[in-house]
Write a protein that binds this ligand. Structure first.
Ligand SMILES: Nc1ncnc2c1ncn2[C@@H]1O[C@H](COP(=O)(O)OP(=O)(O)OP(=O)(O)O)[C@@H](O)[C@H]1O
Ligand SMILES: [Mg+2]
Length: 520
């Protein structure tokens, strides 16, 4: 790329044709008033034909809104990125702006500034421009009038090269610039102030994704961690494989385990590792299966779609669970009171929220789920046993990962991250205690990070504090167990069974049986 020898000459001839055209356009309104409509039409067509015949240059137009009315064309965005990256520094008039993340500086070619590019010795000219507003059209969309486009001008003898090689090259380069510059985003479907049907805003709203968790900071058994990283790497690189076996390029993960064991942290680490966007789907805010599908279609490739606490969102029969979304229901009924009177034809409230299990299954692996590029779907739950087997069967949720209480290997990661300590004389004692006591990594981490402004973070004191906390937890667990046993003995045999069932759920203990079921 660059200004080649003799290019100025060509540039001169193109500019001459263009300035002639521009002057015609400028004086046209003057002539326009004195010429009858029929003649005017004829003159315009002839002028166009004549210019097309005389100039050896061809034009390709790339508009901002291609065939789709609501989405900016990918090609237009790629051209914009390509030009700003490859050619903008050579343009005379530039436009500098803050990028979408409000941090990076974006330099683009100013409107009506031509840019020259050279590709395999051929010179090409790019003209960014705006479509004139259509004054007699009333539009709901404020930006409709400002639709922009790029014109690419080149000599007709390079037609094949430009159409077959250069434009695909621009598309590929532009896309890679976009990927390099992009700020990853965290999307949610539960934004307040929902969009009106006429708004161009999508069904998702977003903020920059800035979670700092990585697999290095995630505390878990090293072997399990490696297995997950391998799995993700293999997934990312298997586009061709998925195409060959006829599967949509996506993978489902089920993260299950007690609270505070790092499920949400794991999702952030995955997103950071893969460099994907995250769509945090709040199922209780989705009204119908159709809305769910709409949300899916609006997600882009290279993304992780997360449904947290899946057991609280849809119950086994497919209806929305009542017990678990009490707060939200209360809130929405308050709002509904304010909304009265009801509009005619408005659906009944009962009918308004109907995401069913089958809708969710369809969301995961129905026909629509193959739209777009690579995607990862993650469900998290504290109670795997409560989920419908259909929802988590292999093929839907391909990998089941159990996040369990903190054992010694996981502790070592935390000690290294929080205290910078890799070896310590009390590690033996901590190892023994962690085998006996179920403490979540969140609790262990809390003990390693005493929030006192005055006290410096002293590793010895922190580790001693952790040992105290573990001993305390051990005593409490023993006392609780003794109490339960005493109660169980006091109760009649019939009630005994029920009680035992409740215990397993409340204790959230990672039983050996559960461990055997989990893949990782
Ligand atoms: N395995 C872990 N490695 C590192 N930090 C952890 C881990 N587990 C928990 N933490 C710490 O504890 C906090 C809570 O963890 P997180 O939110 O990931 O738990 P969770 O499993 O999603 O819990 P819940 O089931 O309640 O949603 C995190 O901010 C993190 O700092
Ligand atoms: Mg969580």
């Amino acid at each position: 790329m660059g200004m080649g020898e003799g290019m100025m000459e060509k540039l001169g001839s193109v500019s001459a044709v263009w300035s002639a055209l521009v002057s015609v356009v400028l004086f046209w309104p003057v002539v326009n008033n004195h010429v009858p409509a029929g003649l005017r039409q004829w003159l315009t067509t002839t002028a166009h034909k004549l210019t097309a015949y005389l100039t050896p240059y061809l034009h390709v137009t790339i508009s901002e809104y291609g065939h789709e009315r609501f989405r900016r064309s990918d090609f237009f965005l790629a051209v914009e990125a390509y030009l700003s990256h490859a050619c903008a520094r050579r343009a005379r008039k530039l436009r500098a702006d803050l990028g979408k993340d409000a941090r990076t500086l974006q330099v683009t070619v100013d409107d009506h500034q031509e840019v020259t590019d050279s590709f395999r010795g051929v010179t090409l000219w790019w003209y960014p421009s705006k479509k004139p507003p259509r004054s007699n059209v009333i539009s709901f969309y404020p930006r409709e009038d400002e639709s922009r486009f790029y014109s690419l001008v080149f000599h007709r003898r390079h037609r094949d090269l430009v159409l077959d090689v250069y434009l695909p090259h621009v598309l590929a380069e532009g896309r890679s610039v976009i990927v390099r510059n992009r700020q990853r985003r965290l999307f949610t479907n539960n934004a307040s102030g929902s969009s009106s049907p006429y708004s161009r805003k999508g069904v998702w709203s977003h903020v920059p994704f800035e979670h700092p968790a990585t697999f290095d900071t995630l505390a878990m058994e090293p072997a399990d961690k490696d297995a997950i990283v391998d799995d993700l790497t293999a997934f990312r690189e298997s586009k061709d494989y998925y195409a060959k076996v006829g599967k949509a390029w996506k993978r489902g993960y089920l993260l299950h385990g007690p609270p505070g064991t790092g499920k949400s942290t794991m999702i952030a680490a995955m997103a950071n590792f893969l460099d994907y966007d995250v769509y945090d789907l709040e199922l209780t805010a989705v009204k119908t299966n159709t809305d769910l599908r709409k949300l899916y279609i609006e997600t882009t490739g290279k993304s992780i779609i997360v449904i947290e606490d899946i057991d609280c969102s849809v119950d086994l029969t497919g209806k929305r669970s009542k017990a678990t979304s009490d707060d939200k229901k209360k809130k929405s009924s308050d709002e509904d009171d304010g909304d009265k009177p009801k509009l005619p034809g408005e659906p009944e409230k009962e009918e308004a929220s109907k995401v069913t299990l089958s809708g969710l299954l369809n969301f995961i692996d129905g026909l629509w789920s193959a739209c777009g590029g690579e995607r990862i779907i993650i469900f998290t739950t504290n109670h795997k046993e409560k989920l419908d087997p259909a929802l988590i069967r292999r093929g839907r949720m391909d990998v089941h990962i159990e996040m369990s209480y903190c054992r010694f290997e996981a502790f070592k990661v935390l000690a290294k991250n929080y205290l910078g300590v890799e070896q310590h004389e009390v590690f033996g004692e901590i190892r023994r205690l962690l085998e006996e006591v179920d403490m979540s990594p969140a609790d262990v981490a809390e003990n390693l990070m005493p929030m006192s402004k005055k006290k410096k973070r002293d590793p010895d004191a922190c580790l001693a504090g952790l040992i105290d906390a573990l001993n305390k937890a051990k005593v409490e667990a023993a006392a609780a167990k003794a109490k339960e046993e005493a109660e169980a003995e006091a109760k009649p045999k019939a009630k005994d069974d029920e009680e035992a069932e409740g215990e397993t759920v409340n204790n959230k203990s990672p039983s050996e049986e559960e461990k055997a079921n989990g893949t990782i």
